[in-house]
Structure formats: structure tokens, C-alpha cells
Design a protein around this ligand. Structure first.
Ligand SMILES: *[C@@H]1O[C@H](CO)[C@@H](O)[C@H](O)[C@H]1NC(C)=O
Ligand SMILES: *[C@@H]1O[C@H](CO)[C@@H](O)[C@H](O)[C@H]1NC(C)=O
Ligand SMILES: *[C@@H]1O[C@H](CO)[C@@H](O)[C@H](O)[C@H]1NC(C)=O
Length: 328
């Protein structure tokens, strides 16, 4: 009588992956994707030679380019029956994935203290969810259009690569002035129900003309209950304040603002936060959604945005000519 220990550990990390099917697989000899012919479900299979040691300890690191809820785990199931293991049959595990639209890929497989394969090194901060466009090489950026739920972003989405990125030359880290970049996509996009253009500001760009008016901001950023991202985009209306009101409200704004930024906010703890940067501040002008600002920066309080203070927007109307030139 022999005791058999089977231990399986799966470690999933949030990383960006390519969208091709099957995803790049660093361990083709051990791991394969299988499509179940009746259900159509894609799962993974791992197969190891049986060393008859009686110990079966498997650790798989996988990465997936989406955000999983705590209960969305990868499910590892030992396929070989225990008595087959004692007979020396190969050790087979099936891996069931929590989402089908974006498949995880293995980055490291260790079995009985032997590392069988290691995926390519992960690059830091290359996920579209946590983009700081200055830090991310453009070949790691994907533009996903027409989607509202980021957990399901790859399904039926219009996806583009970024061909070039043109940041405004006056942009300096931490400041709102010039915090605008133009991304050129690798292919044209056809407008449809869920993909609609915003107009550039055509009117007078004097801020005083719109002080007190609301604009709308939408995004997936940190919410008021402390979640770093929300799965479905949320929107909020924020009133614009004049520059003097903003500057007087906190001396910290002197460093963040300029004549080409504006402040807006409800000061009630709601508003754009980390993860919403780059979202448009849009206003309905003559019946058309028009871009007035771009979420840029905020004062911070204990490591996150202080939403009892205003949010600073790059004033897109002041950059209209630069945007037009960059587009031609
Ligand atoms: C695999 O996961 C372990 C535990 O979290 C971690 O220490 C290790 O760095 C990971 N390896 C790779 C290649 O991701
Ligand atoms: C543009 O990028 C998308 C997303 O990566 C890709 O699927 C598509 O083939 C690319 N199109 C062209 C024309 O390069
Ligand atoms: C701005 O939005 C708030 C909240 O939705 C609303 O109460 C307020 O009346 C709006 N202000 C204007 C000027 O439309």
C-alpha cells in the first residue's frame, strides 16, 4: 500500500497577453489547449511522465489579460485516476478557465520540484488597465472600442494597435498642462451604435463662458468604496469652477494647473480617480457631445486622489489647433 500525495497550486497574475488563439504557449510539450467538441469550451491539459515517487506536486503560474473576481478561479483537476497513478500511468491534469474570451497562458510549470518551463519574462506595467502612456511601449497598447465591461473586453470588440503616439511637447510629469496625447490607430474604425465620435470644441474657448456648467466623465477607475477598478464603466456629472476658486481652494493646485487646465468636481468624495486618467470631460453643445477636457490629475490624500478637492483637467479646447495639426 502506497500513499499518494497530489497537490496542485495555481497562481494567476494579471498580465497582458496577446489575443491570438491559442495564446502563445511557452510549454508546448507539456501543455496544450483543447476545444471540447461538444460544448465548444476550451480548456488546458498538462501531461507529465510518472516518476512513481508517490508525490505529485504541481505548481502552475498563469497570466491572464483581464481582471478576475475573487471567486473566478482556475480549476485544476487531476484526470488520471489514483489507481492508474500507482500503475505508473502518465499524470494528466485538466485546467478549466474562468473566462473563455481571454484565455490564460502558463508562465511557469513546476512538477515534483522540477521546473519544466518558464515563459518569457513579464514586462512591468504593460496592461491596458493601468496605462501610463509614457511608461508603456506602444507595441504593448491595445485600443478596445465599443465595450463597457472590462472583464469581457475581448469578446466582439473592435480592437486596434497603436501605430504612433504624439504627446503634447509641453507635458511635464504630474502637471495638467499639455496632458494630452494623440494615438494613431493601425486601422480605421467604423462608427456604429456603440462607437461614436466626440466633436472637438468649436466655440469660444474662454473658460468663464462655461463656469457652473456640468460636464460628464466616464471610466473604470477606482471607486468611492476603494475598488481599484470597476468592471463596468461608470459616469458622473461634475460642475466646472473658475480658476481662482480652484487655486484658492488648496495651495497644491498651483503646481498642477495652468491657463490650459480647468478644475471641476462635486467635492463630495465622488469623481474621477486613479484609473480614469485620459477620460474625456464631455459636454452636450447644440445636441452634440463635445470634448472639453481630459482627466489629468488630482491632489492626493493617503496615496489616492482626494475627491473632497477638485479634479484637474487638461483643457482640450485650448489645444484644438495642436490637435488639428497633429491629425493632418
Ligand atoms: C510564480 O508564482 C510564485 C508565487 O507567487 C512567484 O514567486 C514566482 O515569481 C512566479 N514565477 C513566475 C515566472 O511568474
Ligand atoms: C490592427 O491591430 C489589431 C489588434 O492587434 C489587429 O487585429 C489587426 O490585424 C491590425 N490591422 C492591421 C491592418 O494591421
Ligand atoms: C449638474 O449636475 C448635478 C447633478 O447631476 C445637478 O444637480 C445640477 O443641477 C447640474 N447643474 C447644471 C447647471 O446643469
Amino acid at each position: 500500500m502506497r500513499t499518494i500525495y497530489v497537490i496542485a497550486i495555481v497562481i494567476v497574475s494579471l498580465k497582458c497577453a496577446n489575443l491570438q488563439f491559442p495564446p502563445a504557449n511557452p510549454c508546448p510539450n507539456l501543455f496544450q489547449y483543447i476545444r471540447d467538441s461538444t460544448s465548444g469550451i476550451i480548456y488546458g491539459r498538462l501531461e507529465f511522465p510518472n516518476d512513481c515517487s508517490g508525490y505529485y506536486v504541481l505548481t502552475v503560474n498563469m497570466s491572464v489579460a483581464t481582471i478576475l473576481a475573487n471567486n473566478q478561479n482556475i480549476d485544476l483537476r487531476l484526470k488520471t485516476a489514483i489507481d492508474e497513478l500507482t500503475e505508473g500511468r502518465d499524470v494528466i491534469y485538466d485546467i478549466y478557465f474562468p473566462v473563455q474570451s481571454i484565455l490564460p497562458k502558463p508562465t511557469r510549470i513546476e512538477f515534483n520540484n522540477r521546473v519544466y518551463c518558464i515563459g518569457p519574462p513579464e514586462q512591468a506595467a504593460h496592461c491596458v488597465h493601468y496605462v501610463n502612456s509614457l511608461l508603456v511601449p506602444i507595441q504593448n497598447l491595445l485600443i478596445v472600442l465599443g465595450k463597457i465591461n472590462i472583464r469581457d473586453w475581448a469578446n466582439n470588440a473592435v480592437i486596434r494597435d497603436v501605430q504612433s503616439s504624439t504627446p503634447h511637447p509641453d507635458y511635464r510629469e504630474q502637471k495638467g498642462d499639455g496632458d494630452i496625447a494623440i494615438l494613431k490607430l493601425n486601422k480605421t474604425v467604423v462608427f456604429e451604435t456603440h462607437i461614436q465620435p466626440l466633436c472637438l470644441w468649436q466655440q469660444n474657448d474662454d473658460l468663464n463662458a462655461i463656469v457652473g456648467d456640468n460636464g460628464t466623465v466616464a471610466g473604470w477607475g477606482r471607486d468611492e468604496t476603494g475598488n481599484n477598478v470597476v468592471y463596468e464603466a461608470k459616469k458622473i456629472d461634475l460642475p466646472i469652477v473658475d480658476q481662482v476658486t480652484c487655486l484658492r481652494s488648496d495651495p497644491g493646485f498651483r503646481l498642477l494647473t495652468s491657463k490650459r487646465t480647468f478644475c471641476a468636481g462635486n467635492l463630495d468624495g465622488s469623481g474621477p480617480c486613479s484609473g480614469d486618467s485620459g477620460a474625456g470631460f464631455v459636454m452636450k453643445i447644440n445636441g452634440r457631445w463635445t470634448l472639453r477636457g481630459v482627466v489629468s490629475t488630482a491632489l492626493r490624500n493617503t496615496g489616492t486622489c482626494d475627491l473632497t478637492k477638485y479634479t484637474v483637467f487638461a483643457d482640450a479646447a485650448k489645444f484644438r489647433d495642436w490637435i488639428r495639426n497633429a491629425l493632418t
